[in-house]
Design a protein around this ligand. Structure first.
Ligand code: ZN
Length: 327
């Protein structure tokens, strides 16, 4: 692995490499961005390069530091873990505060990588803050989080923050095409579903569950007019509990109706995203009016937004299904 093998995030990588080159390393960094966007990969590459014995802007992969890093045995790179839902003050005490007084074993820096740092509770954050206020010369912290607003302002003010944006579709598409040897159309489909997250793309491509969920969502879309009230409630019962699956179903349904709408208007299969489902898309397009398809897309996008808040999923789905079935 090296910086140039990391997908995307080029500006951040350039910044990091020029800080290393100019020997302007801060004691604390935050990498923030959605799940699967590449925070941990980037943090690890940063840490490995900082402690590489070649002291260059890319790690050498050959020195003892790099080799022990690759086998997860580098004593000067510490991954702070947590067993409970939150990162507690005892996690920070035992893994950071007790450890930081001991100088690095053989490397220039002692680097603490705190994944899911936004799960630190207030006591844990305050304990970490004390360390950040008077850091040992050799200590570096890399905090990873999805929501940096959960961190104390006093912590934020001591860190250099990098915001990792969702990766562009074409980058993920090319990656999937090369890595998994799948054709460009399939790769495109998965790149859309992964919504800019390389972690999610990797997970979806190997998931039979995702394929099953997708098939049943497309079935719902195909049969939406024929579903009676009992069917609707049975479907709601099946999907309302698991929020992750529910989110996936809403995403799929949105794409299905979006594709049907686009096909109805343009009659060009090239414009649709789920090209492997062209037959079903044509059927859905044929059975509904343009207005119906627009309304269905609107209803789904509204449901997707509501799901971000802790709304009652039963109510959300009832409203959604009634809108989807509207004539
Ligand atoms: Zn090295």
């Amino acid at each position: 692995m090296s910086f140039n093998k990391i997908l995307g995030h080029k500006e951040i990588i350039n910044y990091i490499q020029s800080s290393i080159k100019n020997n302007r390393i801060n004691h604390a960094y935050i990498l923030t961005g959605q799940d699967g966007v590449g925070k941990l990969t980037l943090a690890k590459e940063f840490a490995k390069t900082l402690n590489c014995e070649q002291h260059s802007t890319s790690c050498c992969d050959q020195c003892i530091s790099c080799k022990t890093f690759d086998s997860n045995n580098n004593p000067d790179i510490i991954y702070v873990t947590h067993e409970k839902k939150d990162i507690t003050v005892s996690d920070i005490r035992n893994q950071v505060i007790k450890n930081i007084t001991v100088k690095p074993y053989r490397n220039k820096y002692k680097i603490f990588i705190i994944d899911e740092a936004d799960k630190m509770n207030i006591q844990a954050q305050n304990a970490l803050l004390k360390t950040l206020e008077e850091p040992a010369d050799y200590a570096i912290f890399i905090l990873l989080c999805e929501n940096y607003n959960k961190l104390l302002v006093t912590i934020l003010s001591r860190c250099i923050m990098f915001k990792l944006r969702p990766l562009p579709h074409n980058l993920i598409q090319t990656y999937l095409n090369k890595t998994f040897n799948i054709d460009f159309e399939q790769a495109y489909l998965y790149s859309v579903y992964s919504q800019g997250s390389i972690g999610k793309a990797n997970q979806l491509i190997n998931s039979t569950e995702f394929r099953d969920v997708r098939d049943s969502a497309i079935n719902i879309a195909l049969n939406i007019d024929n579903l009676n009230l009992i069917d609707v409630y049975n479907t709601i019962d099946k999907i309302k509990e698991d929020k992750e699956t529910l989110k996936t179903i809403l995403d799929i349904l949105y794409l299905v109706f979006r594709d049907a709408l686009v096909y109805k208007e343009t009659e060009n299969p090239k414009n649709i995203i789920q090209r492997d489902k062209i037959t079903q898309t044509k059927q859905i397009a044929l059975k509904a009016t343009t207005t119906q398809l627009i309304n269905r897309c609107d209803a789904l996008s509204e449901a997707q937004n509501k799901l971000l808040f802790n709304i009652n999923t039963q109510l959300l789905l009832e409203t959604l299904f009634f809108k989807l079935k509207e004539k």
